[in-house]
Structure formats: C-alpha cells, structure tokens
Design a protein around this ligand. Structure first.
Ligand code: AGP
Length: 591
C-alpha cells in the first residue's frame, strides 16, 4: 500500500516524479503529493484525490527542482484529507517525508515529541518521522545519519524517503518489511517502492535489505548497514517484462490484462523442469503441506489443492494467510509451506511465512513481482513470469497461478512436458472463450447492472472459480456476490434467492454436471436468473456463457476468463473505474 518515489540527478525532478506517481497509483490512489528542493526552498504540494486530478488541480508540473520525492496514498491512519496526504513535514517545514507502511508505536513517539515542543498537523502515523529527523538534524547529523539514528525507534513496517533544507541535494531512505529499490542511469538516480516507477529510464537496479539506509546525491548512491558501515552493492538488470506498463489501445488495464491471457501461458511454461521436479519431490516427501495465501491467490491455491490430490495423490491444506498464525502450532521441519502471492508483499503472508520459518518449515513461494520481501524469505521461489499486472483486480496472474499449480502437480508424476504442451494448447481455447462470449457478456452486464446480489455456484475443482468470479464482481462493481460449492446453496443461502436473482452456474460437461445442474434447478424453482457457464447447453439457462471442451482439470482456466469479463463490463455499466476500485490497493502491506 502507498507508493513512494524519489529522484535526484541532472534532469528536472518533478516531471519524473509525477510520471512515477502515475505508475505507482495501483498501490493507493486516495491522495497524492510531492516535495521538491529548489534554490534554497522546500516546495510541498499535496491533496486528496487521484494522481491526475491532484497534478491538474495544484499545477504540479510547474514545480522546479532537481531533487524531489512523491507519494500516492492508501489511507491507514487518518482520513483522506489534504492534511493527511504526504509528504509530511517537521515544525519548520524544512524536512519532508514520504512513507509506505505503518509506524506502530506512533502514539508513544508522538506524545514524546509533543512533550518536547513539536507541533503536529496531521492524524497520520508518518508525521513522527520528520519530527524525529528534525531533532537529529538540529544536533548536527547528516540526513543519512539522522535516518540511521531514528530507524531503530520506529516499530512496524515501513519504507520512507526524506529530503531536507538542512542537508540539501540528497534523498535518504530506509526500509523494514516494505520494498524499496534503487535505479541508476548514468548521473540519474531513482528510488521507489517498485522498479516499475522508473523502469522507462533504466533497467539497472539495486535492492535494499531490511534496515539498510540509502542516500542519493547528484554524485552517486551510497548504502549503509544499520550500524552505519558502508556497503558495496552491484547493480542488477531488471527483467524487461517488468518494465512494460502501458494500456496499449485498451481503455483499462483490467481489460488489457484479461486479453493478455490469450498469450500468457506461453510465458508461464518457460520454467526450469528440474526445479519443478525437485520442488514436486519436496512436496511429496513432506509430512504435511500447507498452502497460504489471500484473496484471488487463495482461490488459485484451492484449485492447486485439488490438483495435488487428484494428480499427485498428495493431500494438503489451504489456510487463509490472515488466519495462518492460529494454525502455526503444528508447523515443524517436516512441513512444506507454499506461499502464493502475486505481489510478494502481502503483510498477512509475510508474517505467517516468518513464523513457519522460525518453526523450521521449508518455504516455497509462487510470486509474480520480482525483488519482493516474500522472495527474500523463501527457500525456493517460482515466478509466474507473466509481466506486471497493474489493475487492482487479479486476472492474468490468477490464470498464471492456476497454470503453475497444474505444472507442479504433473511434475509430481514426472509429466512436466506433457503438462506444458497442454497449457500451450489452451491459449487458443482462451481466445475462443473471449471471442464467442464477448457480445453475450456485454448484453448480460447491461441487463444485470442494477442487481444487488449475485450468487456463483460450482462443484469440485470449479468451486474456487465460483468464488473468484464473485470476488471479481465485488471488487470492481461494488455489487454483493458470493461464491460457494453448489451443494451448499440449499444449506442456507437458498433463502436469499428471489425472482430475478442472478445465479452464475459453472457446470462444465464433466462428472459434476448433473449434480450442479440439480442445484441450479433448485435456485431456478425459486425464480433465480440462471447464467450457465458450460460447454453443454442446458434447458434451464436464461443466459449461456459458452466454454470450449477441454480436459477436466483445465476447465478452471477457461471458465474464469468470461467471469472476469462479466465483472469488467458490469463495472463499466455501473460507472465504476475497474482499475482503481474504491478502498482497495494492489499490494496489501498492512495487516
Ligand atoms: C485480487 O483481485 C485482489 N486484488 C486481492 O484479493 C489479492 O488477490 C490479495 O490481496 C492477495 O494479494 P497477493 O496475491 O499480492 O498476495
């Protein structure tokens, strides 16, 4: 949550920082702000609102300076207001800070600072940082020394950047459990929560470990460990697929990313077979296997559990990451924990993985984003390789997670190559699903746009797809939706079905078809509007979303795609911005 960016170099800083804020907006978009050092002045502009609106309203593009920091906010402490937007400053307006994360002991720190005469102007946890820096600078510290001195006083997780009139021409920053990455291009230096913010300028990057401090000046970049000793770091090359963040001709990233799914499986299968075989063996040998994840990643994990059981004959459990800590007692060195996370930043997962590691478990992660905290914590990382996903709602990364579980489960029976070939052949089926259903889905979304409740049902491996379809609709359209095993409907939820209630029935022509249809009939008898998602026509469908015929274990990958598109079109019809759903952010770095 929250995106931070800093630039220091030969070029005008503000256009670079503003451009970066647009690219970081997926991390939070309720407020934005910028601070720039120019001719002995610290210029600060910020407000509530989306990045483009704030830029326009405050005429930010006109700000001068060669050193600047910026922020996009997802509010945790304090309402969405101008005064709570970042950057935050010290008493004299000589220090500016942008921060991602939570300073958990901010109340105690604030009380101490107020007792010492500091004046606060916001409700945020962040504001303690510039005041702490102020005290250090007053004592004659350099900016980087100030950061080194105050970091141990901060509890919680954070990455922050600071600039000051007292030590101008530089940006200092540090991180703990939140990402911070440096980019270098000749005499130009960038630092951000995500390399995507500056990947159009450079692919040379350097990462910071927890508690390390970085300082950027026009002369170069320096790193220090927590004791202040200088560190030597080598730049690495950023994967080029991560540099791409354009919508092309699409109106929204969500639509582009749904459409990307016609090609994404080609990239996914580019994996090292040996790694898969070894990882599959580790899973098979483990006394217990626990998959932990949140949101869409958890639904992908539920499909994974089914595949492991069906193909590899290995039972495993899926535990919601925010609940994982409560099950940690049984974790030991004979446990394999598989953490599934698009971002690799989700705080609930990071916490659980740390606890599991402490208990001796082997941690295998499935991640999309490179250079993540989760990757650093894991014994083994498998990357999705599907490029940056910008829309808050997961689409192509969800499909990629399903594909990776498919590959892993077939690696358990030494069939990696056959599984890869099947995944590649699925590309054309996904194209077909999109082509043949597009106009039906547009019509359906217009028809159903004012409905308040949707139910999604399925059985077996497709149950998780019902849940994922419902989650997509909730996220981007703000419509109540529930996904459940079809057999569960009659155990309570059926009471909510009224004439016209939309029920999405995922019923491919497999062994679940007849039973799922019986449950759909129960809903239909109470007046439900049935949307059948199937390769087989059914008399009771009011609308039919056609699936191609594929292997039983591949149905989730073709069935989820039209459900994503349905959610997208309902959002458009309801006037919602599917890329930036209210109250949400792509990386959930708070618990
Ligand atoms: C998916 O559409 C959601 N944005 C959300 O549920 C997401 O899957 C969840 O927050 C987990 O994120 P992660 O995969 O980055 O850990």
């Amino acid at each position: 949550m929250c995106g931070i960016i800093g630039y220091c170099g030969q070029k005008p800083a503000v256009p670079i920082v503003l451009d970066a804020l647009k690219r970081l907006e997926y991390r939070g978009y309720d407020s934005a702000g910028i601070a720039s050092l120019s001719d002995g002045e610290l210029l600060i502009r910020k407000d509530a609102g989306k990045v483009d609106d704030v830029i326009r309203k405050l005429n930010l593009a006109s700000l001068p300076g060669n050193v600047a920091i910026g922020h996009t906010r997802w509010a945790t402490h304090g309402a969405v207001t101008q005064s709570n937007a970042h950057p935050h400053t010290d008493c004299g307006g000589r220090v500016a800070v942008v921060h991602n994360g939570i300073v958990e002991n901010n109340r105690q720190l604030r009380q101490g600072l107020i007792a010492g005469g500091h004046k606060f102007t916001s409700e945020t946890d962040t504001e303690v940082i510039p005041h702490l820096v102020e005290d250090e600078l007053r004592n004659g510290c350099s900016l980087e020394q100030a950061v080194l001195n105050i970091a141990p006083k901060l509890e919680g997780s954070y990455a922050f950047l600071v600039i000051s009139l007292g030590d101008p021409g530089k940006i200092a920053g540090t991180r703990r459990n939140n990402p911070l990455i440096v980019g270098i291009n000749g005499p130009d230096y960038y630092v951000s929560s995500d390399a995507l913010a500056f990947s159009q300028y450079t692919n040379q990057v350097m990462s910071l470990e927890d508690n390390e401090v970085v300082v950027l000046t026009r002369e170069g970049v320096e790193f220090f460990d927590a004791r202040g000793c200088k560190l030597v770091k080598q730049a690495r090359k950023l994967d080029h697929s991560w540099a791409e963040s354009s919508k092309d001709s699409y109106q929204h990233f969500m639509l582009k990313e749904i459409m990307d799914q016609t090609q994404v499986l080609d990239q996914i299968v580019r994996q090292d077979e040996k790694t898969f075989t070894e990882t599959a063996l580790d899973i098979l040998r483990a006394r217990q296997v626990i998959i932990t994840a949140c949101g869409s990643s958890r639904y992908a994990a539920l499909v994974g559990r089914y595949l492991f059981s069906k193909v590899g004959k290995k039972f495993c459990d899926v535990v919601m990451a925010s609940e994982f800590g409560y099950f940690a007692d049984s974790v030991d060195k004979n446990t394999v924990v598989i953490a599934v996370s698009q971002s690799g930043e989700t705080a609930d997962i990071i916490d659980g993985v740390k606890a599991a590691k402490d208990a001796g478990a082997q941690v295998i992660s499935i991640i999309n984003r490179p250079n993540s905290i989760l990757a650093d914590l894991s014994h083994q990382v498998i990357y999705l390789n599907c490029g940056a996903e910008i829309a808050v709602a997961a689409t192509k990364t969800f499909l990629s997670q399903l594909a990776l579980f498919y590959l892993l489960s077939f690696s358990m029976i030494n069939d990696f190559n056959e599984a890869s070939a099947k995944l590649i052949s699925l590309n054309s089926e996904i194209s077909k699903v999109l082509d043949c259903n597009k106009s039906e889905l547009i019509t359906l979304s217009q028809k159903l746009k004012d409905k308040n409740d949707f139910y999604y049902i399925a059985r077996g491996i497709n149950f998780a797809i019902a849940s994922e379809g419902a989650l997509k609709l909730k996220e981007v359209s703000y419509v109540h939706a529930e996904g459940m095993p079809a057999g569960e409907l009659k155990h309570g939820t059926l009471a909510l079905i009224e004439p016209g209630t939309p029920v999405v029935v995922i019923c491919p022509a497999d062994y679940t078809f007849n039973e799922t249809l019986s449950n759909a009939m129960e809903a239909k008898s109470r007046g439900a509007y049935i949307i059948g998602v199937s390769d087989k026509e059914g008399d009771l469908y009011d609308s039919w979303v056609r699936l191609p015929q594929v292997d039983e274990l591949l149905y989730p990958m073709v069935a989820v795609v039209p459900l994503q598109l349905l959610a997208y079109y309902v959002a458009i019809n309801r006037g919602c911005d599917p890329d930036k759903p209210r109250n949400l952010a792509k990386s959930v770095t708070v618990k």
